[in-house]
Design a protein. Structure first.
Length: 212
């Protein structure tokens, strides 16, 4: 088994310490940092993402895989920077104002990072202004809004309006998600995208960052 394959398999099994050691070993053996990222770490997270979509693995497995990926990335990041390897795009994510739920949001963030995106996590109880300000200042291609309460869904429409008012609507896509959110609601408020699960959200964000 190649070392990149070993990294992928151990990541899928959530073996953080082994992943960390293997990433270091691969670097020592002269494997390109970009290959370690794409064919090792991201490959493993892609498998987990697909299995999650098919209900073959659940949230706990995703969490341990993401933790393993983060451990590997700690070793790899400085080497990627030296090689000039950049993220596939930058997105900001948060749970909207008045809502303190973050499990779904965190899952989406992990899936997006697992696809090679740079994610600015604004946490919970985030105002429309903060979403838009962050997107402007950090040059985010996508704003991702999460809500678990029907009472806070309305803030998502405020985010769309705030982005329009700030003049960034033509270059920033707005994605919405969370238990009470639907495709119909997404269209009604003028947002760009809605998906039913975290893995699909990550795929959509990558497509938006590529300009698709």
């Amino acid at each position: 088994m190649s070392i990149l394959n070993e990294i992928s398999v151990n990541l899928q099994n959530g073996k953080s310490k082994i992943v960390k050691a293997l990433v270091q070993q691969a670097l020592d053996e002269g494997v390109k940092p970009a290959d370690i990222l794409n064919l090792g770490l991201l490959d493993g997270m892609n498998v987990i993402g697909e299995k999650f979509k098919q209900n073959e693995v659940y949230v706990p497995e995703v969490l341990v895989a993401a933790r393993a990926m983060n451990m590997g990335m700690q070793i790899l990041k400085p080497h990627l920077a030296e090689e000039g390897v950049t993220a596939k795009g930058r997105v900001c994510i948060g749970t909207v104002q008045g809502d303190l739920h973050d499990i779904g949001k965190n899952l989406v963030r992990m899936m997006m990072e697992g696809k090679g995106l740079e994610v600015v996590d604004l946490g919970t109880d985030v105002s429309a202004e903060t979403f838009v300000q962050t997107a402007k200042e950090q040059d985010c291609r996508v704003i991702c809004c999460s809500a678990l309460l029907t009472t806070t869904m309305g803030v998502m429409e405020e985010v769309v309006k705030a982005a329009e008012a700030a003049g960034i609507r033509d270059r920033v896509k707005i994605m919405v998600g969370g238990a009470p959110v639907t495709e119909e609601f997404c269209r009604k408020i003028g947002a760009d995208g809605y998906t039913v699960d975290a893995a699909s959200a990550a795929d959509m964000a990558v497509a938006y960052c590529k300009g698709e």
